[in-house]
Design a protein around this ligand. Structure first.
Ligand code: UDP
Length: 426
């Protein structure tokens, strides 16, 4: 472990919650392995350094105006970030690599920041890549262009139920829904694939027991070291990367509820639940068209609601999922939420919206069978089916825990990763 103390790693997350959380957790994991950590971050959504006093934080000026930072067109925003960050990032990386004090010896880049590749090469530093989605959805996304070439994309209503034989059990309706200019998207995806292919290795927030078939195909397709060391979030404080303040009043509300009855709802669009069902619902500011929805609800309504339901703007999600009162998670199936739910053994009611979420939801319902896929609202039959899946959810929770223990697949992969970083530096 001593050998690692003077090895400094730089990590640079894409500045959105679903990317920041796994990157900071990975940083914590590597810090626990004895490495020193520098977090490079954009001005947009910069993380709070006080949550990580043992990391060094360095900002990269992204030059984005507030009006340019909208996530309504994610492809355009990623393209802008790639263009604006390239030069300041390279300058900063060169400084960090040549620092006399504690030079950075390895960059852990984000797959969606294509400029990392040239910058690292010119700065003469090793580069590994973190891909924050699952292995399965990564393969589907990497095949996006060829799926388009074979007519599966853009998705046509008449073909929704058609199977996509390359990625069983995916159907056309499960393919990633990404709006934005196709040329810009192709550029981002191409940079992602090439950037991974010639990196020193890819790190994934997943584990063998969950995605073994996809991981094995990935190893055949990419001639580089692959390190599935997840679930990351089990190795650090849950609040570490939250960009919004967590409303902890939901925990004391949960404390008053009966075991396993509460449905935790978090995916940011308007949904309705059975009026007999207790629920805790996150309505993130800006996630519904009336952005001040929560402020405009009369306080007497919220007080009356407290008996059965609780609404917050942002929840301490790990703690909520671990709470004895929570029996199900009605989710959009972002990869982090999916993995967090699996590792807590909480049943998922899947309501995917876009990007990799549809692929994740299909695997949750049809492959791992730890949740149900909602196509036409909340049907009683589906809920009954979900309850039968409780046992499987418990089994996967066990697997998610045991892979991190000594001798487990993620434990061994992490050991391999630490040695790989050291060996590639010599
Ligand atoms: N999250 C949270 N509180 C909330 C809602 C979400 O802490 O009220 C966290 C959640 O634990 C997860 C992340 O935000 O780590 C969301 O990432 P995910 O990949 O699930 O979805 P995305 O935001 O990328 O769509």
């Amino acid at each position: 472990m001593n050998q690692r103390n003077n090895r400094r790693l730089a990590l640079f997350p894409v500045p959105f919650q679903g990317y920041i959380n796994p990157k900071l957790h990975l940083a914590q994991i590597l810090h626990d392995q004895g490495f020193s950590i520098t977090i490079l971050h954009t001005d947009l959504n910069s993380p709070d350094p006080s949550s990580h006093p043992h990391f060094t934080f360095r900002s990269i000026s992204d030059g984005l105006r507030q009006s340019e930072a909208s996530t309504s067109d994610g492809v355009r925003l990623m393209t802008l970030l790639n263009a604006r960050c390239a030069a300041p990032f390279e300058e900063r990386l060169r400084e960090e690599v040549s620092s006399l004090d504690a030079p950075v010896t390895c960059l852990i880049a984000d797959a969606l920041f294509g400029f990392n590749r040239d910058a690292a090469e010119r700065a003469g530093v090793r580069r590994m890549v973190l891909r924050t989605t699952g292995a399965t959805s990564f393969r589907v996304l990497a095949g996006f262009r060829s799926l388009r070439g074979r007519g599966y994309l853009p998705i046509e209503e008449s073909r929704l139920e058609d199977p996509v034989p390359e990625f069983p059990p995916i159907r056309v309706k499960d393919l990633p829904r990404i709006t934005g200019e196709p040329e810009l998207l192709d550029q981002i995806l191409n940079d992602m694939i090439e950037g991974i292919k010639d990196s020193s290795g890819v790190i994934l927030n997943t584990f063998e027991d969950l995605e073994q078939p996809a991981l094995s195909l990935l190893r055949q397709e990419y001639p580089i070291a692959v390190f599935p060391i997840g679930p990351f979030h089990k190795c650090g404080p849950s609040s570490s990367g939250s960009l919004l303040a967590e409303d902890r009043s939901c925990i004391s509300w949960l404390d008053k509820q009966a075991p396993n009855l509460v449905v935790y709802v978090s995916f940011g669009s308007i949904a309705s639940v059975n009026d007999q069902q207790p629920f805790l619902w996150v309505i993130r500011p800006g996630s519904v068209s009336s952005s001040e929805l929560l402020e405009n609800l009369p306080s007497c309504f919220l007080e009356a609601l407290e008996e059965r339901g609780k609404i917050v703007k942002w929840a301490p999600q790990h703690e909520v999922l671990a709470h004895r009162a929570v029996g199900a998670f009605w989710t959009h199936n972002g990869w982090n939420s999916t993995l967090e739910s699996i590792s807590k053994g909480v049943l998922m009611i899947c309501m995917p919206c876009f990007s990799d979420q549809n692929v994740n939801a299909r695997f949750v319902s049809d492959v791992w069978r730890v949740g149900v896929h909602l196509n036409n609202g909340l049907e009683r039959r589906k809920i009954a089916e979900a309850i039968r899946r409780l046992l499987r959810a418990a089994r996967f929770k066990e697997k998610a825990n045991s892979c991190l223990m000594q001798g487990g697949s993620s434990f061994q992969s992490l050991d391999g990763l630490a040695n790989h970083i050291l060996s590639s530096e010599s």
